[in-house]
Write a new protein. Structure first.
Length: 379
């Protein structure tokens, strides 16, 4: 399997330029231990996937991370599991050079993603909480992104169910800032119980099992990092076999917010303003409770006049700081028809997705928050 990402030298230069949260070696640890979800994908196999308790620590015995971080989680995992770990301090962050048998070199190195999104900061600068999922993977420049898979927490014997595979693809702008988009993974191979199935254009694959037990699903797709492992309990009706297992699994997957992205508007500039807003929310194991949108516009000299869209009156009539979100449904694919094409101005569209467990997605520039301009056609 092959991967790509920024080479360590470029990554360090980028982090130095933006100056994000420089760390001081004399900083004392005040963070409480936190349980975080960690996955480590090596060159040929998954080295670790599970929960790790971590806080600020000193992987090199001297320099402290700002809080519970991907680097500290990897270090604590390696100490607990007895696998090799090595990292070097570069003045403001650590660069992990070894996890397990895989050592960084000129072609492959350890890459970081958090919550299925490319991390634009170092592993010691990303402060984690209990709902975050961290992925370290070993790879080089041929990688496009990572996969994620979700499955029902329990399924009935001999019945057909669907598992969902999503590909998270990263692209880089002129400043080497990574932007991640999530789409259904067509053609992914799902492996489970000695069987394989392939996903369709919607990223779904049908599965069925013939006996009680616990089954794990994992997905692969060329040029993407293999997925997480989604575990399902298989039961015979009335046996009670999955009663406790299913409840535990549901609690475990319900602490992660859904991932959403805006499909339209998709350009930075328009001569004729859009008249419809569209987006997509990644399938969520706990279901989708709702999708909300907010639209604001700046006009006038240097954009000094800012107004939010009033969805009841269907016009820009409220101050930007009073602009409210509008629920546009509870489907993965959503849209909102505007009363007319948007006029000249600078716009910001925000989208929030809420899953069945109440987790709310974070605003991410270029994905769930976009800026675009509608030009004055008379000019």
């Amino acid at each position: 399997m092959s991967y790509i990402s920024l080479r360590p030298s470029r990554r360090q230069v980028f982090i130095a330029v933006i100056g994000t949260c420089f760390l001081l070696s004399t900083t004392s640890s005040v963070a409480a231990p936190t349980d975080v979800n960690l996955r480590v994908e090596g060159s040929t196999t998954t080295l670790f996937e599970g929960v790790v308790t971590t806080d600020t620590n000193k992987p090199d015995g001297e320099h402290v991370c700002t809080g519970p971080s991907p680097t500290s989680a990897a270090y604590d995992m390696a100490q607990r599991e007895g696998i090799a770990f090595d990292a070097s301090w570069f003045g403001f962050d650590y660069a992990i050079s070894q996890l397990g048998p895989d050592t960084s070199n000129g072609n492959n190195w350890w890459n970081l993603w958090v919550n299925n999104e490319y991390s634009n900061v170092g592993g010691c600068q990303e402060v984690l909480n209990g709902s975050d999922t961290t992925l370290w993977f070993y790879g080089g420049m041929s990688f496009k992104g990572v996969l994620s898979i979700s499955a029902p927490s329990k399924i009935e014997v001999a019945k057909t169910y669907s598992v969902n595979v999503t590909k998270h693809t990263v692209s880089f702008d002129g400043q080497w800032v990574g932007h991640t988009t999530a789409t259904p993974a067509e053609g992914a191979t799902v492996v489970y119980a000695g069987q394989t199935v392939t996903t369709g254009s919607d990223g779904k694959a049908s599965v069925a099992l013939g006996s009680e037990g616990s089954t794990s699903f994992k997905a692969n797709l060329p040029d993407y990092v293999r997925s997480n492992s989604a575990t399902t309990c298989v039961y015979v009706p009335g046996s009670g076999f999955c009663d406790n297992v299913g409840a535990a699994a549901q609690v475990q997957i319900d602490n992660i917010a859904p991932s959403s992205r805006i499909l339209w508007p998709s350009k930075k500039r328009y001569r004729r303003g859009p008249h419809i807003l569209k987006g997509y929310v990644e399938p969520d194991p706990s279901g989708l409770k709702g999708v909300k949108i907010r639209l604001r516009r700046k006009t006038g000299h240097k954009g000094r006049r800012c107004r939010g869209f009033n969805f009841k009156r269907e016009r820009f009539s409220v101050r930007c700081n009073k602009a409210a979100y509008k629920k546009v449904g509870n489907k993965s694919s959503w849209s909102y028809q505007l009363p007319k094409a948007l006029g000249p101005g600078l716009y910001r569209l925000d989208v929030k997705a809420i899953d069945g467990a109440g987790n709310v997605s974070k605003l991410s520039f270029g994905q769930s928050r976009v800026h675009f301009r509608v030009l004055n056609r008379r000019k």
